[in-house]
Design a protein around this ligand. Sequence first.
Ligand code: HEC
Ligand code: HEC
Length: 297
Amino acid sequence: MRILRWIGWGLGALVVLVLGAHVVASVKWARHANARIAVPPIAFGNVRASAKHGEYLVRVAAACTECHGDDLAGGVVVEDFVPGHIYGPNITQAALKDWTDAEIAATIHHGVDRTGRPLLIMPSLNFQFLCLQDVADMVAFLRHLPPVNKANRVTRVGRIIKVLWALGQVSDVFPAETVDHVRTFTARVPEGPTVAYGRYLYTSHCAGCHREDGRGGKVTSGPPDWPPAANLTQDGAGGWKQAEFIRAFRTGVNASGSAIRPPMGDAIRRTGKLIKEHDLKALWSYLHTLKGKDVGF
Ligand code: HEC
Ligand code: HEC
């Protein structure tokens, strides 16, 4: 029965190892989650905010509603075994009435709350590239929202994700750790179906997943079961016809006739039909300029 004893020792060692990994990961996680990051204060200067444009950004282009709920009083980001239970908090006036405009703007631009705590998965890796006007517009819209009194649900991040994160297999779960807090706001680009506006939209909404060069790859901030972000250069969607690109956002089906998978497919299903035509034309025009594979000599 020596073999059984060896198996017993083996299993025991495995349990100790797994528990140890979990404890180490939890300690490291708590240290990052409770850190404070100092960010420079935001001054709006003479920006005149438009709550109407802010509504489009919050509901469609930046899709804050995806995580904060349709009424913005709290939403489910994910409820699953591996990632755990993650909720977007209430951001109506019921919750934010004591926050200043600059503090709300800082959550968007820097990914930290009003105490400087790095916010879990707030997409500030993209939003850091928004211009001050767009951020001010969103804050103005949030101020216009009716207050909805709804208590926040408690986020519990899954143990497996914490261990994977501690091992470096998942990154950017605290985007504020990667955001460049010294960078100033991107200069405002006039709205329209232009390459310049497309570059602005791409950088401030898409590059966090599809990468700066548009070539896509593993989404570092996403759960392990997400497909890699698609290549959007001329080798991918940037090489499609403009009409095919627009149709993909209206229907959720790509140029080769396949359904686009989550998280992109879900986002398209919720907001694809509402995206302004000139935003899509601008995005396509920009992606169409991106070279695909390096041409070596
Ligand atoms: C991918 C999901 C996601 C999206 C999209 C998102 N958020 Fe968040 N946001 C979160 C999560 C999760 C938290 C809470 C994180 C934490 O407490 O660590 C949060 C926190 C916040 C907070 C701080 C609230 C508080 O009580 O501390 C504000 C304000 C906020 N988000 C505004 C926005 C705005 C405005 C947008 C759109 C421009 C947006 N969020 C888009 C996930 C998201
Ligand atoms: C949260 C991460 C994320 C963000 C943000 C995001 N995407 Fe995606 N996108 C993906 C993933 C992942 C896929 C791959 C889906 C699949 O394989 O079915 C994808 C697929 C696509 C496709 C389909 C390509 C093909 O060949 O089928 C297009 C087009 C696209 N994205 C454009 C965009 C644009 C434009 C933006 C910004 C407005 C954007 N995406 C923002 C993650 C993202």
